[in-house]
Design a protein around this ligand. Structure first.
Ligand code: ZN
Length: 335
């Protein structure tokens, strides 16, 4: 399966390792779930690498502190240097044309993304800077309020708050520049505003179907339909907490710890039935998820392909889920 995975947290592991060991990290071989080596073995077409900004207070258990811009710059440095030193097998991509060209040249592609837009810090010039660094997808929030918007929440009041004024300006500017807006950790109020503001498709890089698993980060059927109407896509998240029926609530985060290819395919089937197969993509969340994962690294993606077939998807539909839908959205948004 020639997958384009829209989300992993491998760069975060890289930044932490580099800070702790004081020597350059190479994404070719990592001890987590994703590295170039296993992407190649899994026949991947492209991997999106997120720079995830850690929540306030993380320095207490990490043992170091970097301000957001230094943190982002270090993520970009690891990304660029790792790719440059393995240019025989991998190349950067900022649009679908790059990914197609790299693929024809026998190379895997890597795309830079950002998780949590707080570093925009009320200034569009920062978003321009991120664009120039190569970022082509930006999640507006992680799980906390920031200058752009409010995060997913159990209480309806927070869940339905709209984008902040700067958030509205920012998403419009991102569309103008050619950065894809990512709603994965955003609340529903912000999601609805984005549907009203944007003319082009947007994505949820790593969110599943709420009808099958009542996680506050999953998308309900009405939002899946709204997303489809915009030509948007959601990436199937492989984390157990997003897949299982018995899942989190405001009171407890007890949930089944098993993530299976069967469950991932069930979510794919549901999203396709409700919103169309053009809305389904992949966003594993590798290196950011826990549990007993049947598919715990990109070299095991063939298991999903077999399970999608069992769930009635044709080969052409599986190609759309694996890579076609992402390329279409990038064609529409990224220059
Ligand atoms: Zn995330």
């Amino acid at each position: 399966m020639h997958a384009i995975d829209m989300h992993c947290d491998t760069l975060l592991l890289g930044i932490i390792q580099q800070m702790k060991e004081g020597k350059p990290v190479d994404l070719m071989k990592m001890t987590g779930m994703v590295d170039f080596d296993r992407l190649i073995r899994g026949n991947a077409m492209a991997q999106f690498f997120a720079v995830f900004l850690l929540p306030e207070g993380s320095e207490k258990y990490l043992g170091f502190k970097l301000d957001d811009m230094d943190f982002i710059d270090m993520g970009v440095e690891i990304f660029n240097r790792s790719i440059d030193s393995h240019s025989d097998i991998i190349a950067k991509a900022v649009n679908a044309k790059d990914i197609r060209r790299n693929w024809l040249n026998g190379k895997l592609s890597a795309v830079l993304t950002m998780e949590d837009g707080r570093a925009a810090n009320n200034d569009l010039a920062n978003i321009k800077k991120f664009y120039e660094q190569g970022f082509r997808v930006m999640g507006l929030t992680w799980n906390f309020e920031n200058c752009l918007a409010y995060p997913n929440a159990w209480d309806d009041e927070t869940m339905m708050k709209g984008l902040k004024p700067f958030g509205k300006e920012a998403v419009q500017y991102m569309e103008e520049l050619g950065i894809i807006v990512d709603t994965s950790h955003l609340n529903y109020g912000g999601f609805d505003d984005i549907c009203d503001i944007l003319k082009k498709p947007f994505v949820a890089t790593h969110s599943d179907a709420r009808a099958l698993s009542n996680h506050k980060r999953n998308l309900d059927d009405s939002r899946l339909k709204k997303m489809a109407a915009k030509g948007g896509i959601t990436g199937l998240n492989f984390g157990a907490e997003f897949l299982n029926k018995e899942t989190q609530s405001a009171e407890s985060d007890d949930h089944c710890k098993d993530s299976t290819a069967f469950l991932i395919a069930e979510h794919a089937r549901h999203i396709a039935d409700v919103a169309g197969v053009d809305t389904v993509a992949i966003g594993t969340d590798f290196d950011g998820i826990e549990g007993n994962l049947e598919i715990g690294s990109p070299d095991r993606m063939y298991i999903l392909e077999a399970e999608l077939k069992k769930h009635g998807f044709t080969e052409a539909e599986i190609d759309k889920i694996a890579y076609g839908n992402v390329l279409r959205v990038m064609d529409e948004v990224c220059k």
